[in-house]
Design a protein around this ligand. Structure first.
Ligand code: SAH
Ligand code: DHB
Ligand code: MG
Length: 217
């Protein structure tokens, strides 16, 4: 299929599967109005995050890379009563926009936006002590992906799910103005996910590639 045909198919899928939703639409609008980049996951990716969280019965979810909270809303809406989402964001303005969007979606009590670089916050989280996570969604700086995968391997329950966005393009060809560390990070992430023996994983052609893996041991 050509790019134009793919775009038409993607629109068809969104129209068919993803109904208009006031809180999600408002979150995207507020994210754009606040001047944040248009790099939220797509509606179809959001729906897959939601479905995977539901199908795993996820009660404890960690997200790395909040932006305006669009993917966080999809994930948090899959939580059962008493469930919890922690989402990590390095940029204070992004975190503020996300908190407002999550509050507007009625999720202020279940979603905890933690400000700071994930590589600093993750060891703190591990040290605080917490139930093992059921699902970890990685969507922050690409150079950090291998470290985030190591953290997921250590802090997910066996049978838990790791998901990561943007695992395709950098792995296959250089992007303009992209630091080489980002491409190296994505390649090492994919290789480790495929070959460490700790996950059973696949890479789905959704937007710029969605990795989905189940922790085996
Ligand atoms: N998951 C979001 C999109 C995330 S975009 C959604 O789909 O709605 C990536 C986000 O990661 C940006 O907001 C960026 O500020 C944040 N980020 C980048 N480096 C980070 C780091 N080291 N730690 C935490 N967040 C980081
Ligand atoms: C960028 C980051 C993302 O997570 C994404 O989905 C698209 C682009 C970026 O940093 O440019
Ligand atoms: Mg992304």
């Amino acid at each position: 299929m050509s790019q134009q045909q793919w775009t038409a198919v993607d629109q068809y899928l969104t129209d068919t599967l993803v109904p208009a939703d006031a809180a999600l639409d408002a979150a995207l609008q507020a994210t754009a109005d606040a001047g944040l980049p248009a790099i939220s996951v797509s509606p179809n990716q959001g729906r897959l995050l939601h479905i995977l969280a539901l199908s795993h019965g996820a009660r404890n979810i960690l997200e790395i890379g909040t932006l305006g909270g669009y993917s966080a809303i999809w994930l948090a809406r899959a939580l059962p009563p008493g469930g919890r989402l922690i989402t990590l964001e390095a940029d204070p303005h992004h975190a503020e926009v996300a908190r407002a969007n999550l509050a507007r979606a009625g999720l202020a009590e279940v979603a905890d936006v933690r400000l700071g670089k994930a590589l600093d916050t993750l060891p703190q989280l591990a040290a605080e002590g917490h139930d093992p996570f059921d699902l970890v969604f990685i969507d922050a700086d690409k150079a950090g992906y291998p470290g985030y995968l190591d953290w997921a391997a250590a802090n997910l329950r066996v049978g838990g799910t790791v998901i990561a966005d943007n695992v395709f393009r950098r792995a296959a060809f250089p992007l303009p103005n992209d630091p080489p560390a980002a491409a190296d990070g994505i390649r090492l992430f994919n290789e480790t996910l495929a070959r460490s023996g700790r996950f059973r994983a696949t890479l789905l052609p959704l937007e710029d590639g969605f990795a989905v893996g189940v922790k085996l041991r």
